[in-house]
Design a protein around this ligand. Sequence first.
Ligand code: NAD
Length: 513
Amino acid sequence: MEKTTIQEILDYFKLTENHSGASTGIKWEPGEGSIIVSKSPINSQLLGSVHSCTESQYEKLAEQALLAFGHWRGLPAPKRGEIIRQIGLGLRESKEMLGRLVSHEMGKPLQEGLGEVQEMIDICDFAVGLSRQLYGKTMPSERPQHQIMEQWHPLGPVGIISAFNFPVAVWSWNAMIAWVCGNVCIWKPSEKTPLSAIACQKIIAKILKENKLPEGISSLIIGDKTLGERLAKDKRIPLISATGSTKMGKAVAQHIGERLGKCILELGGNNAIVISNKANLDLAIRAAVFGAVGTAGQRCTSTRRLIIQRDVVEEVKERLKGAYAQLKVGDPLDENNHIGPLIDQEAAKQFESAIQKIKELGGREVIAGSILEGEGYESGCYVHPGVYELDPSAEIMKEETFAPLLYLIPYETLEEAIALHNNVPQGLSSAIMTQDVSEAHLFLSAIGSDCGIANVNIGTSGAEIGGAFGGEKETGGGRESGSDSWKAYMRRQTNTINFGQTLPLAQGIKFDL
Ligand code: NAD
């Protein structure tokens, strides 16, 4: 498998030129819409082209999804779980090919491309177990011979809007849970990674076909933000789960709010690690470097700020310099490299202009970030990661630059560190590196980190599917994946049953006729 060529991968998934970008599950609509081109950021190679989904195709797909919902919600949840078990097997079979395709199209290291598919397999397994655990509560009634219980019912077609940086895993977090809950799904992937989405659809199609399931359970619509807006505005779609920038989330939330729909928002982060003077610095440096440069700093959970106790600032700086000097930037399919390209030249330019701004604001360079040029870097998407010291009140430090850019901020007391930590608009992931149990617990307490994820002695990125994933403030407040995140994909129904022959009213109210 080591020498699998991109052509072999494209052939494996039958990714033909000008592929249709609209599917109801097994069938593909004829290619009619404008063409979206997929180019690898690794070497600018043209990987393929896709017709975007047209308005009339969207209409047809949405109607088909509503019809399919009528069928799918009627299947017992464990039977739906059985379909997801088979999807998990399909993903296992195609793991290598899909992981490689993700790496070629998005530019992440092969290990991470494969890791992303493994995460999809893990969520399938989780969803299979969940199919027998969609528990409601029972509660005592104040009225004699009455019983109160809760049931969870599916919502309808769930719209999934996903970002380029996790082209396939984020969809699966949503789709597998939404399906097991009895919903059908309409997926609008990032227009920057259309082929990875088509490949997923083909894996699913095989299982839908083998199980003679109707069209409309798994729909795919490829297009730009206009299509995302169309989905967000559609009253027939009770829930939209949207992953991407805070700018996108604010726009989508307005459309959904207008129609009083539900949403799960998974938006930008601005994640920090607090490094105490009581930290094991070996762990701290490894966590910081992986968090800052892994996936070329293009994870929502990437480490963007290091808040360091003054006593250890100099040592941390020196160790960071040592670690960064060993980093190899290059072809992400070569396992000797740590960092691949950014998604496109635009992202590289944004990285460069952020550095320019830091300098204008009087920031001090610890490790110079720059766009790389020359052999192997011809695509213009490769950058050397940068580390800077900057006053934490600078506006740019409150923004998410989606690239390997790390800020260093010194602190005196842990209370000060927590205040600095929380003083950004985003609230996704956070970590403290300390061997002191009191410090660790303070950071995790109600007066500690204000993020959806708070870790001790591991970095900010690399979550497992078992926990609920998501963040607060401008990260959007949504939760996906494990724990009881499934509840967001269902509607709760409270049932009161009178098994007596009188009609007592609650709160002792009398109404005798
Ligand atoms: P993006 O916001 O540009 O696009 C994300 C998706 O939203 C794409 O499918 C895009 O077509 C669509 N979109 C954009 N504007 C829209 C609009 N107005 N209405 C409807 N749809 C719209 O984000 P990106 O550049 O693809 O991804 C990077 C961003 O995603 C970063 O901010 C990152 O932090 C965030 N992200 C967050 C999470 C999380 O779980 N919190 C996970 C992954 C990525």
